[in-house]
Design a protein around this ligand. Structure first.
Ligand code: GRF
Length: 216
């Protein structure tokens, strides 16, 4: 059985690419039925078109309110009958109604070790705080921003040579490993959100989710 996926993106779409590549390699038992972007210039749209995936552009600026935009997204997404919504660098805060509508079947990737460093500018904030570890997290989406049970995290080290740019690269390399992994698990029915926790093969994961330690 192949999992029907809709991807939402706002930017370059490198995570979308990583997922498309693993679908093409039969490592994910799924298919992407549409890619929706809120920015008409997003490079993610080009990537989708190259792969022959239908694209939807809904420019949030042409809507009066956040609820109106989210309602239009639901109306555009639902005809595809997705089993999984993948937020791949989708830079919009979602309404509680939108999150509830896809509860348990919408996942996001965040460039930090959640629950630490929610929000924006994570790499600089990690450097400013003098942290020795950093990373990224895939989690189920619930109505609270960057909240919701963790599925998988990758941990990288932060050295005295790192700056915000090197951290972006280090963390993104890991994103491209753990996001396709999480999608593959979901597609195989191995991960579920039950009572605000993630289960992997029916066993509840701890707060961090499954941890991949990529420190050198
Ligand atoms: C990633 O760093 C992700 O963690 C964040 O947005 C970025 C998206 O990058 N949520 P891309 O568009 O997938 O290249």
């Amino acid at each position: 059985m192949s999992c029907n996926i809709v991807v939402l993106a706002s930017g370059s779409g490198s995570n979308l690419q990583a997922i498309m590549d693993q679908i093409a390699d039969n490592k994910i038992s799924g298919r992407i039925s549409a890619v929706l972007c809120n920015r008409p210039e997003a490079y993610a749209l080009e990537r989708a078109k190259k792969a022959g995936i239908p694209t939807i552009v809904l420019d949030h600026k042409s809507f009066d309110s956040r609820p109106a935009f989210d309602k239009a997204m639901i109306e555009a997404i639902d005809p595809h009958k997705p089993e999984l919504i993948v937020l791949a660098g989708f830079m919009r805060i979602l309404t509680p109604e939108f999150c509830e509508h896809y509860l348990g079947r919408m996942i996001n990737i965040h460039p930090a070790l959640l629950p630490s460093y929610k929000g924006l500018n994570t790499h600089q904030r990690v450097l400013d705080a003098g942290e020795s570890v950093h990373g990224c997290t895939v989690h189920f989406v619930t109505p609270d921003l960057d909240d919701g049970p963790n599925i998988i995290q990758a941990v990288v080290d932060v050295t005295s040579e790192d700056n915000a740019e090197t951290l972006v690269n280090k963390v993104q390399q890991q994103e491209h490993i753990i996001y396709p992994q999480a999608v593959a698990w979901f597609a195989e029915g191995r991960i579920k959100m039950i009572d605000q926790r993630t289960t992997l093969d029916e066993k509840p994961l701890g707060e961090t989710g499954y941890v991949v330690d990529s420190r050198t």
